[in-house]
Design a protein around this ligand. Structure first.
Ligand code: CA
Length: 158
């Protein structure tokens, strides 16, 4: 004889609550295409901004593709001013992303990079007129900045 209540009792004991939905990003970051981004409105020099991003496990944002550009520009255009991105000119005149990603994609503004001495740090225009294009400017200016934390898989698949 099988107790008809037994299966349902077993059922009650075997149901576990669903695990909480986990965002791939820290609470203050936005998830987008396997990366996490945060626009920091509090102005900092390029070096201080990069150090702050690094401390959270990321870098100033690299922009590897046109769809990254569209996303980051959308965030910066909602902010209060031009924002640092993770691009900086080296002594040899070439540009490098802080996360080591090669520079395949660029979105310089008209006449940029002007390559003026001591203006090797790159910010994104917040003005709608410039539509998120890039400008090399003085590294010791304080600007808002955008951090990016990569999931780790995005840059190691090749
Ligand atoms: Ca410039």
């Amino acid at each position: 004889y099988l107790d008809p209540l037994l299966p349902s009792r077993l059922c009650v004991y075997s149901i576990a609550p669903p695990p909480p939905t986990k965002s791939p990003c820290r609470a203050d970051y936005i998830s987008w295409y396997q990366n996490c981004y945060k626009l920091v409105e509090e102005p900092a020099t390029w070096d201080a901004a990069q150090a702050a991003c690094k401390q959270q496990g990321g870098n100033l944002a690299s922009i590897d593709m046109s769809y990254d550009q569209a996303f980051v520009a959308g965030a910066v255009l909602q902010g209060k001013g031009d924002a640092w991105i993770g691009l900086r000119r080296k002594d040899d005149g070439s540009y490098m992303w802080t996360d080591g990603w090669p520079v395949f994609f660029t979105q310089w503004g008209p006449g940029e990079p002007s390559n003026i001495k001591d203006e090797g740090c790159v910010s994104m225009h917040a003005s709608r007129f410039f539509h998120g294009t890039w400008n090399d400017t003085k590294c010791d200016q304080a600007k808002p900045y955008i951090c990016k934390i990569s999931s780790g898989t995005a840059h190691t698949e090749n």
